[in-house]
Write a protein that binds this ligand. Sequence first.
Ligand code: NOJ
Ligand code: CA
Length: 512
Amino acid sequence: MGRRYPRWLDTAVFYEIYPQSFHDTNGDGIGDIPGITQKLDYIRELGCNALWLNPCFASPFGDAGYDVSDYYSVAPRYGTNEDLKTLFREAHGRGMRVLLDLVPGHTSWEHPWFRESLKPEANPYTDRYVWTDSVWEEPQGMGSLRGLSDRDGSCAVNFFSSQPALNYGFARCEKSWQQPVDAPGPRATLRAMKDVMRFWLDMGCDGFRVDMAFSLVKNDEGHRAVMALWREVRAELDEYYPQAVLVSEWGNPREAIAGGFHIDFLLHFGASHYNDLFRCQAPWFSARGGGSLDAFIRYYRDSLEATKDQGFICIPSGNHDMERLARTLSPEEMKLAFAFLLSMPGVPFLYYGDEIGMRYLEGLVSVEGGYHRTGSRSPMQWDGTPNAGFSAANPDKLYIPIDPDPMRPTVAAQQGEATSLWRTVQALIRLRKANGALQSRGEIEFLQTDCPLVYRRSGAGQRILVLINPGQEPYSAAGFRGKLLYAIGGKVDMEGDRCHVDGGTAAFVLED
Ligand code: NOJ
Ligand code: CA
C-alpha cells in the first residue's frame, strides 16, 4: 500500500449494528449499548473483528439518529458515555475495533448550534449553517427551512427538513451569502467537527463511518474541495491517531480514496450497478438471474485500478438504507452471494441479521424517519424465546415489530444446523482469515464474468480460484488444478484439471 494505513484493515471483517434493533438489556423495547457489549462474543464467534454502529448520539430521532442534537453524548435510550467506553474496552480486549457513525453534514434542527443560528442577532453560530440572506431567497438545488425565526434568511437542508446543512463553504461562490471554504464560518465548522472526532477517539473509538461524506462543500464540481477537506482531516489522523480509520459513504472510491478515506462503500444506487447483483427482479445471484455482470465488473475494476495501494473498496451485504438480501434471494442463493462478498478484495461489511437471512418486512408503518427502510431495521432474531430473544418488553413496546413469520430464521436454530446460512458465513470468514490471498490486499483477476463467475485471488504466495454458479445448469471447466478448499451448495468434483459443479454452487480451489 503506497499510503500509510492501519494494518488491522488487512484482515478486518466488519459487522454493522443498528443499535435500536440489536439487543435490549433493560426491557424498554429498544436495543442499547450494553446489549452490544453482551453480544461481542457472538460477533467474534461469527468471525467479525470490527463493528460499525449507526449513530448513537443524543437526537430527537427524526431520522433514526442521523439528526444529532449533541455530538458529545450517547442518547439516553442507548445508555451513557461510560457504557460506550466499556464497549470500546471490551471490544479491544477481544481484538475487535469499533467505528462510530459521524454525521458531519447536518445536525438536527434541535441542536443548540442551530437554535443560536436562528437568532437574528449575530453570534458565533450565525455562519455555522448555510443561510441565504433573505427569507425570500432559497438556496438552489437544496431544500430549505424558512420562516422559523426572525432571522431573515432561508437555511439549506441536507436530507429531511429537520436536518439543516452545516456550512463548510462553497467551492464556487456566486451569491453574496455563499462563503468560500477558507472563510471563518466554514473553518469554524470544520474545527468543531474535528473536536468531535478527537473526543471519541480519545475515549477509545477506532474511527468513523462518515455519513454523506461527499456532501460537505457546496457548488463543488468534481468534489475537489471536499476531497481537500477530508485530506486535511486524514493528515491529522495519520499524525495523532495512526490506527484510526475513516470509511466514507461516498459511492465513488476513485474520489473518496483520493480524498483521504481508507475505505469507500459501493452504494446501492447510481454508477456501481451493485443492485444488479442482489436487489432487482432477477438478481445475478439468483437462479433466475443469468444476466451478465459486465457493467458491475467494469465499474469495480476501474475503481480498484484507480485506488490500488491507496485504500479499499467495500461491497456491503446490506445496510440500514437498503432492502435485505432475503427479499430477492433464497437462503441457498444468499450463501453464494456471501461466497462472493467474503472473497472480494477490500474490506467486507455484514449488516446485522444478514448472516441468518433476516427478511425485509413489507408494509411496516415508518419508524423514526425509516419509511421504506423500516423493513430492514427490525429486531435481531436470536432464538425461539419471546420477542426472538431481542427484548423482555411487551411486544407492542418494541421499537419495530419482530418478523411475525413463525418460520423466521434465528441464530440459535442456525448455529445448530451444519449447512445453515450462519454456518456458511462463519466458514467463509474462516476461509478468508486462513488464506492471505482472500484478504483485503490480495489481487483479483476476473477470468469469466457471465455465469459462472470465475476469478482468481492471489497474494501471500497463494492463488485461489473462486467459481460461483448461481444458475441452474451444471458446469465443467478446465484449468482448475489444485485442492478444493471449500464448496457450497450442490455437487462439486475435481477431476484432473477439470472442475465439475452443479447449478447453485460455489467452489474455492487452492491452485498448485
Ligand atoms: C445516509 C444514512 O445512511 C441514512 O440512513 C440517513 O438517513 C442519511 N444519510 C442522512 O443522514
Ligand atoms: Ca434498552
